[in-house]
Ligand binder design. Sequence first.
Ligand SMILES: *Cc1c(COP(=O)(O)O)cnc(C)c1O
Ligand SMILES: [Zn+2]
Length: 376
Amino acid sequence: MRGRLVCPFCGHGEEPTPQPEPCPSCGVPLRYELPPSKAGWRGRVGRGVWRYRAFLPAVEPVSLGEGGTPLIPSRWLGPELGVRLHFKWEGANPSGSFKDRGASVLVSVLAALGVRRVADDSSGNAGAALAAYAARAGLGATLFVPAHASGKKLAQIRAYGAQLVSVPGPRPQATAAAKRACREDPELAYASHNESPYFETGLRTLAYELVEDLGGEPPDHVLVPLGGGGLYLGLVQGFRELMGLGFLPLLPRVHAVQAEACAPIARAWQRGLELPEPVRPERTIAEGVCIPLPPRGRELLAGLRETGGVALAVPEEEIEAAWRELPTREGVYIEPTSAVAVAGLKRLSAMGVINPGERVVVVLTGTGLKHPLSDV
Ligand SMILES: *Cc1c(COP(=O)(O)O)cnc(C)c1O
Ligand SMILES: [Zn+2]
């Protein structure tokens, strides 16, 4: 496979393998790098994630038509705040969230490298996406989930034929159990949405699409909800690559929004730290961003500084209000986790970080169908 795995901090590099270890000196997950070329960008064909094949590992795609999602102009919130707002509607992906972009690339790479069985720890959208693409590729999938997990996402994972292993105790126990199982069984590959470089590579296609869809008018600001931070890092890396090639004049400010109930990155950013400290999570309806210590925290904080992004935390009432407003006023049915970024936009506008007339994109990360209002 072409490309290399590189440490974002010390330059340590190695050949792509199915389950790369973190950097031996810095302990952070490695990043997949392929020298991007102008010819590769000009040669894009088809639609969706694999349109940008020249920027992805050269493997046979395992695809369900992921990416190529709608960019919807806001009819209410944008005018209300005086900004030129678009929503990137990631709920339109095959399994219902942006995680399909990452899972498509990750499963394609693992299948090409001869892996037959994959594992991850997720009872949510990442688990559903991995289970879907594993089914598509004919791979076995095992999902380690907290014993208290339930709901429509779990039913979806099961429907794709994945094996569920219930792990007692808090959420980090499921991660530990998945890692242990993969160490003990060399045939089982850890296909982590929070750590795998190939998953993050797939998420860069979101940046490529935004640059294409907005033509010569790239956004001034992009807002995403942040949990593990793969989405944030993928977007920034995608923008960086296109800027390096001269297809983007400057990096948009990429802002990260967390739920107050679990906001290690927002807290570290506010205190000017280079590394996040773990938090004890409280209850939140934004279940998809409840990660007490993101493994790529150092890279996330560096990315925020590089793009001039703000990391902020929003309270439950504001998340819930935004979640109720989006379907009613914009016609887009999102899950509560996606509403975190909408609440963040209102705050950044009130704070004067985002100003009237600016171009803004809010990534709406997942569909509301798995988390209906009636379940609350
Ligand atoms: C996973 C997820 C997020 C958070 O993305 P990270 O890459 O973990 O930061 C946000 N919204 C939804 C709907 C998700 O499933
Ligand atoms: Zn390093």
